[in-house]
Design a protein around this ligand. Structure first.
Ligand SMILES: Nc1ncnc2c1ncn2[C@@H]1O[C@H](COP(=O)(O)OP(=O)(O)O)[C@@H](O)[C@H]1O
Ligand SMILES: [Mg+2]
Length: 241
């Protein structure tokens, strides 16, 4: 089984952009990529049903024509943690069904990219959090973090927390580096994070004008992500092809 679970230090940190960038990079290398956004919130109504912009963006990047019910088995409307949104909507979160959807996608593709929701301590059902889903998604994990001041703390906490719950964190992506405003924090953070967490920074992705999940704008993302990847990262992904 090969793939990655992409989490982040926060919501809005760039999990969708990084997941889509990786999907585009793998696709360009001839890999059949599947994508999944198992717990989506902020669903938008299209033709009487809720759809996830994250899922649409990921599917466009991967060239996926999988059934949306497999890609996003749970899509909720309110912009809240999924566990909270589900409770308020009176929806039972069927974790077994979400696991089955993942296995169906994994059987169909060489590599599956699963985008988490929020960060690792976000509730998905009652007291079950993202970090508790290791058995559902038996994948290595990447952590997406911001590049600027404050990121050492959030990244170290996230890595530690995920590892304590059994995840193998194999990479950290610093996303959204703005070359114009970057200073000494952005310069020293990668080294400090690698030293503290003992995990590799697998990419530092710049802020890309023209890339937007909300506007479904993806031009140039694949090339930029490929260029941002550290040497040897693709080879380390153990693609099943
Ligand atoms: N490297 C980047 N360059 C430009 N815009 C970005 C970049 N990363 C994220 N964004 C934008 O920031 C917002 C949040 O990113 P997103 O990937 O949706 O975060 P998350 O999935 O962690 O919530 C989106 O509107 C996205 O388009
Ligand atoms: Mg997202």
């Amino acid at each position: 089984m090969s793939g990655l679970f992409i989490t982040g230090t926060d919501t809005g940190v760039g999990k969708t952009v990084v997941s889509a960038g990786l999907a585009l990079t793998l696709r360009a290398a001839g890999v059949d990529v599947g994508v999944m956004k198992p717990f989506a919130t902020e669903g938008v109504r299209r033709g009487g049903r809720l759809v996830s912009m994250d899922a649409l963006y990921l599917m466009a990047a991967a060239g996926s024509d999988d059934d949306p019910s497999l890609v996003t088995p749970l899509c909720l409307e309110e912009p809240l943690a999924p566990g909270v949104a589900a409770e308020r909507a009176g929806v039972d979160v069927d974790l077994a069904a979400i696991g089955a959807a993942y296995r169906a996608l994994a059987a169909r593709h060489d590599f599956v990219i699963v985008e988490g929701v929020g960060g690792v301590a976000v509730p998905v059902k009652g007291r079950v959090m993202v970090a508790d889903l290791r058995d559902l998604f038996p994948l290595p994990m990447w952590v997406v973090a911001r590049p600027n001041l404050g990121t050492i703390n959030h990244t170290a906490l996230t890595v530690e927390y995920a590892q304590a719950r059994g995840w193998d964190v194999t990479g950290i992506v610093l996303n959204g580096l703005d070359a114009h405003s970057a200073g000494v924090a952005e310069e020293t953070n990668p080294g400090a994070i690698e030293e503290l967490t003992r995990k590799p920074i697998v990419a530092v992705l710049p802020r890309l004008h023209g890339v937007s999940v909300g506007r479904m704008a993806i031009d140039g993302l694949g090339e930029a992500f490929t260029a941002a990847l550290a040497d040897g990262v693709l080879a380390s992904l153990h693609i099943d092809a």
